[in-house]
Design a protein around this ligand. Sequence first.
Ligand code: WAQ
Ligand code: MG
Length: 275
Amino acid sequence: MIISLPMESPLYSVRMRASCNGQHISGAERIVDEVAVSEATASLTERAMNCSTGAADEIHCSVERIERANIRYARLPNVSTCLVNDWQEGRHVACCLLGRAGIQNNIAERAVQLLADGAGPGGVVMRGAVIMNARTGERLETDQFRGVRATRMDISPEYRPVMESVLAAKGLGHHRVLEALVLAGKVLGAPGFVAELCWSDDPHYTTGYVADSEGGYQRISVLKLAGDPSGGRILFVDRSQTSFEELVDYLERQVVLFSAAGTISSPAKWISTDE
Ligand code: WAQ
Ligand code: MG
């Protein structure tokens, strides 16, 4: 007897990057069903046209079919939110959380300062992430304007509506939360991954996070002063566990879809336990 299984329709990676006067201003991506490709392209383009920094003058969208066999499915990290009084306390908390992930305090402090100063040449915001040796603080990315960009990750199409309503019910409905959670979820699975530090370069978005496999996605309510255009990402890696090439290949090429949520804790004030 021949049993015919229903053909799974293909998935597509839809990616957008936008610039204004040659400056990168926005980038976002989705992984969607065939039927949702045009809608996703339209909504990403619309986002580039309505950037907080003004409309883009150049937008690139790419659409690429994904082989189902190459998809890795994963669970999103647990989410917690630490409430701090100001950015100084927030940065102190970031250093403590990086310390729990095994990063020496002097390296954690230097990393926070690097994002505050602008990690790109001349203090500009980078388009992608800094890759940092977790033990020595040495930077590994070859292009310090671009850094390394994590791509080809999303919530799985059938699970997205559920995840959006779960986050919205917890007051985390801003698209930045879901996108950062997905990015953190992908980098958590990277070979040699130790921790990630991030805050947005959007002057009006002051929340950031530290992610690691034990602590999950640990939001910190304030990591910079409102109006501050600094921001970026630093991925701390254990050089003995991976080569740079293997790491970049995973970050840029491995398709990761999230089909389950972690826990989401209520916001709580920072209580120092390990100082
Ligand atoms: N891969 C690597 N680095 C990236 C990527 C990427 N795909 N996208 C952005 N970056 C880097 C780049 O240097 C940006 O300047 C920086 O990260 C910040 O990007 O829970 O919105 O998209 O409330 O502005 C975190 C907190 C929000 C969300 C982070 O980042 C929450 C955010 P943005
Ligand atoms: Mg941004």
